[in-house]
Design a protein around this ligand. Structure first.
Ligand SMILES: Cc1cc2nc3c(=O)[nH]c(=O)nc-3n(C[C@H](O)[C@H](O)[C@H](O)COP(=O)(O)OP(=O)(O)OC[C@H]3O[C@@H](n4cnc5c(N)ncnc54)[C@H](O)[C@@H]3O)c2cc1C
Length: 202
């Protein structure tokens, strides 16, 4: 059993769970995920590790309620436990000192981008982050992304905060404004995580 040590609502239908999982917290790297099973009859669902505290032995998951299992998870509270949690799984993100990098997160995709931005900054990169949500109230992890970035650019679909439009539009504007000799940019890498439609346009 894996105990939920704290739960925080980040936005409508998006919550952050800090979970006691010392063995996973010890090993997990940015970009990896876990598979959780909430109870005996539950389905197994993958969720990315959004943060980890190796000293406390906790990992943080940020989940958007979209269907059966994420609704079950949303119903859990601090002190409750998750039956099974397997991981860390998946290939970690490549973390090196690339130079100037851009991290793009859309919606709940900001959560998996956070540890990548953090580690890229810790590795010496100049991290430019672009995050977006439908509205100001739907935007998550703004303070955490600010701390993990050298520059943070925000957009909302309705213009209630920051640039009015999609992250892809803001990214395009940023790259155009930062062209060198009207030709290329000095951006070494761009990591983007978000809904399929966002990924297609980024
Ligand atoms: C590697 C990986 C990492 C991930 N990391 C995260 C993360 O960090 N945070 C996060 O929030 N998500 C993450 N996801 C997505 C997450 O795993 C899914 O949101 C989750 O598995 C959905 O499970 P569910 O049982 O809640 O939804 P399901 O019940 O399986 O529903 C899925 C979709 O089907 C629709 N649906 C369900 N039932 C019906 C029906 N009867 N008719 C029509 N449509 C229906 C739902 O509306 C929903 O859109 C990740 C996925 C992967 C692959």
């Amino acid at each position: 059993m894996f105990k939920i040590v704290s739960k925080r609502e980040l936005a409508h239908d998006i919550a952050r769970f800090d979970i006691e999982a010392p063995l996973i917290a010890k090993k997990v790297l940015a970009g990896q995920f876990v598979i959780i099973k909430i109870h005996e009859d539950g389905e197994r669902i993958p969720l990315t590790v959004a943060a980890y505290d190796r000293k406390k032995g906790n990992i943080s998951l940020v989940a958007m309620r979209i269907g059966k299992s994420t609704a079950l998870l949303a119903g859990l509270k601090e002190g409750d436990s998750i039956l099974d949690l397997v991981g860390p799984l998946g290939n970690p993100s490549e973390i090196e000192d690339f130079g100037r990098v851009i991290c793009v997160g859309g919606g709940v995709g900001i959560a998996p981008v956070l540890p990548i931005a953090r580690e890229l900054k810790a590795a010496g990169n100049y991290v430019i982050s672009i995050i977006g949500a439908k509205t100001k109230d739907m935007l998550i992890l703004e303070d955490e992304m600010k701390a993990a970035s050298d520059e943070l650019h925000i957009c909302t679909d309705d213009g209630s905060l920051g640039y009015k439009g999609f992250v892809s539009g803001l990214l395009e504007d940023y790259l155009e404004k930062n062209l060198i000799d009207n030709k290329k940019t000095n951006i070494a890498r761009c990591t983007a995580i978000g809904p399929a439609i966002m990924m297609a346009s980024v």
